[in-house]
Design a protein. Structure first.
Length: 298
């Protein structure tokens, strides 16, 4: 049996970094077309939910580009609104996945309705080392506003995001201050940040979705020397596997596994992110069935 999910993959989308030549500010532009389409081929959501998921995916991708180690970044919103749980993840390899759980009946197009009374958790999970989590209340207006508020309270280096999604495409722009190197005067740094972010705020959602990164940067910063780096591919990819599903089963009491086997002849684990099914028969679960309550094998 295959160990990796069989997801049809189309062309990769791209994320592209840029740097200001005379200011300690970096930027990143991501535009997701195929990625969102691939994800929405697995799940059917209402247009408002698709748009929201698009913004979350764009944001997770932008934020993952700030990671300096192997691992992944997870955005998770819990709310009392029409979407109880929304998750988007991006790895340092720019592999993304996402889900809106319990959103079958969501019909609204309003952020404030979909994620009413929500909380946003931003988790950084290094491959090696301890995870880190920051939590912020979701703003009534948008994910970008919520993230801006999060960075305002938690980071010394300024970070701002602009996000757009039409439910089929998603895009985002990130600006982040870098430690003082080119410009040491605090006043000058503040002015440069103000300048770069004020101009970024003039972008419309359509421009962010439709303009090529070079055109977009020219539109915003034609008077500032900006260097655009090689684009990096972004793809929808689920990190589930036979082994991970088996690990999940190992957490169940052997008695429960026996009951499922007696009833169905096998145990099936379905990945909620990509719908991949992992099926285990009695033979494949032998060691788990023999494990005692402490998890050790007799
Ligand atoms: Zn999966």
């Amino acid at each position: 049996m295959n160990d990796t999910p069989d997801i049809p993959q189309t062309d990769a989308d791209q994320s592209q970094r840029f740097l200001f030549d005379d200011a300690d500010i970096r930027g990143e532009i991501v535009q997701l077309d195929h990625t969102l389409a691939d994800l929405l081929a697995v799940h059917q959501y209402a247009p408002g939910v698709s748009r929201l998921l698009g913004e979350f995916l764009a944001a997770a991708t932008l934020l993952s580009t700030t990671l300096k180690f192997e691992g992944r970044l997870v955005l998770q919103a819990r709310s009392e609104g029409e979407v109880p749980l929304l998750m988007a993840e991006c790895s340092d390899q720019l592999l993304v996945r996402g889900i809106a759980r319990g959103a079958q009946h969501a019909t609204s197009g309003e952020f404030s309705q979909l994620l009413a009374g929500g909380v946003l958790a931003i988790t950084i999970e290094p491959l090696r080392g301890k995870p880190y989590q920051g939590i912020v209340p979701l703003s009534e207006n948008s994910l970008a506003a919520s993230l801006d508020a999060y960075f305002e309270q938690s980071e010394q280096l300024q970070t701002r995001l602009w996000l757009a999604s039409d439910g089929e495409h998603a895009a985002g722009l990130l600006l982040q201050q870098l430690p003082a190197q080119l410009q040491r005067s605090a006043d000058q740094r503040a002015l440069q940040w103000q300048h770069a972010s004020t101009l970024a705020a003039t972008l419309s959602g359509d421009e962010l979705l439709q303009l090529a990164p070079e055109t977009l940067l020219h539109r915003l910063y034609h008077e500032d020397p900006v260097r655009l780096f090689e684009p990096r591919p972004v793809r929808f990819h689920c990190s589930c596997s036979m082994q991970r599903s088996r690990n999940a089963l190992a957490a169940l009491p052997p008695r429960e596994l026996e009951e499922i086997l007696a009833e169905q002849g096998h145990v099936e684990v379905d990945c909620e992110f990509c719908n991949q099914q992992y099926r285990f028969d009695r033979e494949g679960l032998q060691d788990l069935l023999q494990a005692g309550p402490s998890g050790t094998i007799h």
